[in-house]
Write a protein that binds this ligand. Sequence first.
Ligand code: ADP
Ligand code: MG
Length: 698
Amino acid sequence: MSNISELYGSMVFNEHTMQERLPSATYKSLLKTIRDGEPLDLEVANVVAHAMKEWAIEKGATHYTHWFQPLSGITSEKHDSFLDPCPDGRAIMSFSGKELIQGEPDASSFPSGGLRATFEARGYTAWDPTSYAFIKDEVLCIPTAFCSYTGEALDKKTPLLRSMSAVEDQANRVLALFGEPHQRVTTTVGSEQEYFLISEKDYAARQDLILTGRTLFGYPPCKGQELEEHYFGAIRPTVNEFMKTLDDELWALGVSAKTKHNEVAPAQHELAPIYTNVNRAVDENLLTMEKMRLLASRYGLVCLQHEKPFEGINGSGKHNNWSVSAGKTNLLDPGDTPMDNLRFLVFLTGVIQAVDDYQELLRMSVASAGNDHRLGANEAPPAIVSIFLGDELDAIVEALITGQEGAYNNVEKVAMDLGVAVLPNFLKDNTDRNRTSPFAFTGNKFEFRMPGSSLNLSDCNMILNTAMAKSLKEFADALEGKSGQEFEAAAIEYIRESLIKHQRIIFNGNGYSQEWEEEAAKRGLANKKTTADSLPCFIEKKSIELFEAFEVLSEAEIKSRYEVKLEKYNKTLNIEARVMKRMARRTFLPAINEYAASLAATITAIKAVSPDAPLAHQEAQLKRLLSGIDEAAGHLEALDETHHRVRDIENEQEKASAYAEEVIPLMQKLRHAIDGLERLTDRAHWPVPTYNDILFYT
Ligand code: ADP
Ligand code: MG
């Protein structure tokens, strides 16, 4: 095992390496930047760059890149070599502080939602020293933020970093009321990543998987996930090999991959890392996803990260476990003393307020064409945001609201002067899991379960952080100036009022049920079923006010992000509709026709030899095939016509709504007609691998 501790983080320029490699003054000054957010000066950067380069070259690196996350959400990199030719024809390897701190990628092809057109054509990248540099495939990768020259964020990381500062500032105001010194407050995230592994051979035989990441057609397999034998089951040998290599590679990159297991669906798996501060957690998740995709091919596999690769089989999510910590203290940990409990309740109430007030933004942050197939499909939380607290905590909230001790008689507790129950310790090992809740308290953190597997988690965390900063600000605004008993009493009263106001967001029942949808509507909770419906809230006044107040996003930045999301949705659906039509027209219908023709030929041949042979079955089968073909062709024509009309709509929001309301239903009709024919067609005539083939490989 000493092997693993040697391996772990070996490709990362982490604090340990910094301390080893940097002069002590430089190290201290860099640490100040990392821990306290102090600006980095060029002299320090020069020394850091030199040390980083020497380290990287020793590890075999030849190039460096500013590694960033444009609005497409996936990471981008452009490799520059360290090579610096000398006049005498030789070359040295060089890397300056300036090259470390700032880069200028030719960024004209990244989505900017019109931002760069209005301001500056170029963008620049700036080192985020809070996320460690690392070596990947002989390239030194420097995690960076990506901005326009006028300072507008063109990436996912910048607003996330800004939102972290917002929480930090406001949390410190609240902590000061509890008599605590100013300290580093960070939001922490651990993301559980689900994915499918299928054989490369099957993947290569399906245009839909290659071009859209999901199967646009496919009749359900004979066996699905009903036996529930796959979950936590023995892992296939090849998959096991893949997972082992993945762990090794991730550990070398300092990604603390911790748990791996089979998921509910056949061929589905999950990887969970140990949590870290949110900006690193996002970087690590993106690296994990990239490694999964690349390594799979070594084992003849393909890693599918789409939210819904197979209809009728569970899709893949990415649970976002979120908390706030001050130094080493988790502020969502109930704690042992009355004051710890009061602080916990302040932060807990802050989350409840944040999630209720900005439920639509949270829903928006996970909206994508792929995730629309998951949310509300009885395998993932519904499109309605609600919070699950668990019985114990719920009883305490109830008691706080009603002010009645009796309401929480069943809770093991010690009553305290202030009328708050000291939260029982067992809360911490709360295993009372409600899998149907989109936002569940799990003992000392909240688990946001709506994000889809392919999502970049920056957006939802930026929203959570900013909304949380607002809750904390309001608390601090109301309570500052009070201390001692007066503070405690006022804090309890504040919590009570806030809980009364936001109680509607708390729901401990079955989130998959029809009754909840009705109940949620009565409570006035939003239920935006599609991406097209959920995006507009981003550009509403309420949202602009929130992000501007905490300097997380400007109005222009918000609008550009909204545009990018809309465009991505529309482009995805355009591609899906095109692939679908092409496959129906050129792959499936010809194959089914061929089978029908061979069946007709069989009937004719039999009749020629034996005119009285019983052929009712064959004739009925032929009829079913022909009427199925007729039906599918009708849907294909309707889809074609509607798709062409929708594609030409100029307004992107109208186009998105038309895709959601008109095109998708026709796509479903075509799919089901073809899937019905798959069931009738001779396997030998079926032109692509079926769900049976793909999901149950050995
Ligand atoms: P599960 O939801 O599968 O039962 P766990 O409870 O083990 O899984 O944890 C899920 C994830 O939550 C892990 O990635 C873990 O590191 C993360 N996690 C644990 N504590 C915190 C915290 N304080 N902040 C953020 N994430 C956390
Ligand atoms: Mg989980």
